[in-house]
Design a protein around this ligand. Sequence first.
Ligand SMILES: [Zn+2]
Length: 192
Amino acid sequence: MIITEEAQLRILCEKVSSVEEGENIGAQLLKELTESENGIGLAANQVGINKRVCVVNVKEPLVLINPRIVERSEDQFMFAEGCLSFPGKHVRTGRHTSVTVEADNHEGQLSFSADSEDINDAFECACVQHEIDHLDGITMFDRAMIAQPHQAPEKIGRNERVTITDGKETKELKWKKAQPLVESGDWEMAPA
Ligand SMILES: [Zn+2]
């Protein structure tokens, strides 16, 4: 059963004490993932086990026991993500273009990079970051890319004097007189 309660997803997971314990949880997660619809990753707290184990299955099934990101690129890429705990929801996130991960069940380091011709590399790279975030109680919504708000146009007072031009002539007049001319499209605000 995949948990969808926000409170459960906010729990900070604890390290497992042995690789064996981690492998048991990993096997359970992979089974759950296989039974899910379109799932590519799962973290232990999504099934109610508050331990630092997660799985990713994009190119091959990968179990990560007590994983930690030891290096992350400064640059990010934008990715449209979903999550088994938030069925039907999607969010555009910003993820590091590359990360280096260490885990207790892998010797050496694992590198993931979205900077590749193969789209699966981007999926895997985003997924690893998404799952490790889960173990820290972070969801994809916390990584949402926020669009820059457009700057609100300055409001012009009715009696404020403005300069308008029709390309040949320029006039200086009060905004209440200038506004209909500008709105007609024949005149525009002269560059300051
Ligand atoms: Zn998720």
